[in-house]
Ligand binder design. Structure first.
Ligand code: NAD
Length: 305
């Protein structure tokens, strides 16, 4: 059993905390928002109860929740052995957090960055312990996904790599080794797909449903790129594409303006109840309120087909 800190209790932080606790680890879950912590505990409880139905193992929700302590104070992480960071994909926010983690966490603690795109060596440079910083790109939903991208930074020590690998294996996650590069493997490719799919909607070429249908029926993908975009979060995908665009200064990563407008309009995907699709118990199907004005009309006209 390892005492693991999890920072950020959004979609990924909640999933990481659940997976750790399900594997018998003690978890300290920290977020700046008490609301986010409450929502995380609710979703962990629900996911545990539904685990069997979703094809996972039978999970005792009470036991899992008993292993998770929550709080808004980073000091809660002072005695943890590993910290997994899952805060918003905003370089300024992460850059502010890491020096604080470095000060608060004990010297032996390994800091693990769960980022979509920011290079791990850069994150490590914000701390005084680059040998003890590694990257793990978890997949969403975390409890259901059997593999992760494992990204050591330039300075990550063999000991720190072993600690993280052992923790991942104890969680039933297969680490796939990836060299440190912006967007790693998965997002370097998937974010181009998702961004280009958003452009197709923006230009009125096809509806979200039609685009996703092509990926499901022709390519055999379980989900289309716009369903995936809604699952990840429109804000998170936009932030990650912006990281890729700035890093490579290459127009192939130019973020689709529709994504920016959707974020401004609060259409963030599943987490807000609406994105390219409407989500929730009685709101299945394509979104229509995304077409209130300006370019967002493209979503409506394309989904009206
Ligand atoms: P999210 O928006 O659902 O949650 C982010 C959480 O971080 C929020 O609860 C927010 O209150 C909290 N937060 C922000 N600043 C903080 C701070 N300084 N201290 C503590 N908490 C803070 O985001 P998410 O989808 O869970 O993504 C988290 C990270 O995981 C991002 O870096 C993202 O790129 C990466 N990621 C996301 C996915 C995905 O499918 N959503 C997949 C892999 C990796």
């Amino acid at each position: 059993m390892t005492l693991v800190g999890v920072v950020g209790a959004g979609i990924m932080g909640a999933g990481v905390a659940q997976s750790l606790a399900q594997s018998g680890h003690a978890v300290r879950l920290v977020d700046i928002s008490a609301d986010a912590l409450r929502t995380a505990l609710d979703s962990i409880e629900l996911n545990c109860r539904m685990s069997r139905m979703l094809g996972g193992p039978a999970v005792d929700a009470g036991e899992v929740l008993d292993r998770i302590t929550t709080g808004t104070d980073l000091e809660l992480l002072a005695d943890t052995e590993v910290v997994i960071e899952n805060i918003t994909e905003d370089e300024a926010l992460k850059r502010d957090l890491y020096p604080r983690l470095d000060r608060i966490c004990q010297p032996g603690c390994v800091l693990v960055a769960n980022t979509s795109a920011i290079p791990i060596t850069r994150i490590a440079s914000w701390t005084g312990r680059p040998a003890q910083v590694a990257g793990v790109h978890f997949m969403n939903p975390v409890p259901m996904k059997p593999a992760v991208e494992f990204i050591p930074g330039h300075h990550t020590s063999p000991e720190a790599q072993r600690t993280v690998r052992e923790l991942l294996e104890s969680m039933g996650k297969k680490p796939i080794d990836v060299n440190d590069a912006c967007g790693f493997i998965s997002n370097r490719i998937s974010h181009v797909f998702m961004n280009e799919a958003a452009y197709l909607v923006y230009e009125g070429v096809a509806s979200a449903e039609t685009i996703d249908e092509v990926f499901r029926s022709c390519f055999g993908h379980p989900m289309g790129p716009l369903q995936t975009l809604d699952l990840i979060g429109v804000d998170t995908v936009l932030q990650s594409i912006e990281v890729l665009y700035q890093h490579f200064a290459d127009s192939k990563y130019r973020p689709c303006p529709l994504l920016k407008q959707m974020v401004d309009a609060g259409l963030l995907g599943r987490k807000s109840g609406e994105g390219f699709y409407r989500h929730g118990p009685d709101s299945r199907g394509p979104a229509d309120s995304a077409g209130r004005n300006g370019h967002l009309t493209a979503v409506r006209s394309a989904t009206d087909h």
